[in-house]
Design a protein around this ligand. Structure first.
Ligand code: NDP
Length: 243
């Protein structure tokens, strides 16, 4: 069978690096995309040292010219893309934890990467994904984007309201995921949102419940989903979560 080609945004550290590592270990050719080309190259060297097949790509998801150049490179080199993992993401808390106190500048800053960057990257790569036999799009979301979980007393996030801009950015990712999956429902392309769990990465400043290898499991499973797998869902490993 032909080797699959995956592109992972923010592939240089955290869940993105581990997703790249696990996909390479499964025989996928991984395009490690990072906004800092040197960091992408360092990750590729790491994967290749483990006999993985990988290449580095500069990609800042907030920079339209960078996205366009990345698409041109992948198009010229490979002509198609099998898997897009929209992993790049940022977070910032409300200064005192009160939802209404998060400055609108934070909202703009977070949406620029987590929402507009993800949408623009996806739109730009869609023509190459449509050229693959059965592409997969994985959007890194979060349980925090689930309004259903937020409003349910007793849910793990019922009282976790200190990152409203981040939570809303992931709700937007969820809505985009559902809409895109609907648009592509009669194609072999599957689009899902991933909740990786509460993972010990830089984003959580030492906090977290899951080690990074476990935190990458959902992204990897959705990237390698079979033809009978779901589309248009928010997933944690094999479990469907409420929007
Ligand atoms: P990290 O902070 O460890 O890594 C974030 C990655 O995103 C880095 O590679 C960073 O690159 C990259 N990035 C940020 N901005 C851009 C940009 N403009 N263009 C390209 N890359 C960018 O985060 P995690 O690994 O923890 O998170 C990965 C994803 O998982 C995020 O979308 C996050 O929201 C989501 N998530 C994480 C959870 C967790 O518990 N960790 C829980 C739920 C969801 P650089 O090194 O250049 O800064």
């Amino acid at each position: 069978m032909k080797q699959k080609i995956a592109l992972v945004t923010g592939g240089n550290r955290g869940i993105g690096l581990e997703t790249s590592r696990q996909l390479a270990a499964q025989g996928v050719h991984v395009i490690v995309a990072a906004r800092d080309a040197a960091k992408a190259a360092a990750t590729v060297a790491e994967l290749q040292a483990d006999n993985g097949s990988a290449e580095a790509l500069q990609l800042d998801v907030t920079d339209a010219a960078s996205i366009k150049a990345a698409v041109d490179t992948v198009s010229t080199k490979h002509g198609h893309l099998d898997i897009l993992v929209n992993n790049a993401g940022i977070i910032r808390s409300s200064p005192d934890g009160v939802p209404s106190h998060q400055p609108v500048e934070d909202w703009r800053w977070i949406f620029e990467t987590n929402v507009f960057g993800l949408v623009e990257t996806t739109q730009a790569f869609l023509p190459l994904l449509k050229k693959a036999p059965a592409a997969r799009i994985v959007n890194l979301s979060s349980l925090l984007g689930s309004i259903g979980m937020h409003e349910t007393p007793g849910s793990p996030i019922y009282e976790f309201k200190s990152v409203p801009a981040y939570s809303a950015s992931k709700s937007a990712v969820n809505a985009y995921t559902e809409h895109l999956a609907w648009e592509l429902r009669d194609t072999p392309i599957k689009v899902n949102a991933a909740h990786p769990g509460y993972v010990k990465t830089d984003m959580n400043h030492g906090g977290g419940e899951l080690e990074v290898p476990d935190g990458a499991r959902t992204s990897v499973a959705l990237a390698l989903l079979g033809a009978d797998g779901p589309s248009g869902k928010l997933m944690h490993v094999g479990e469907v979560l409420p929007w």
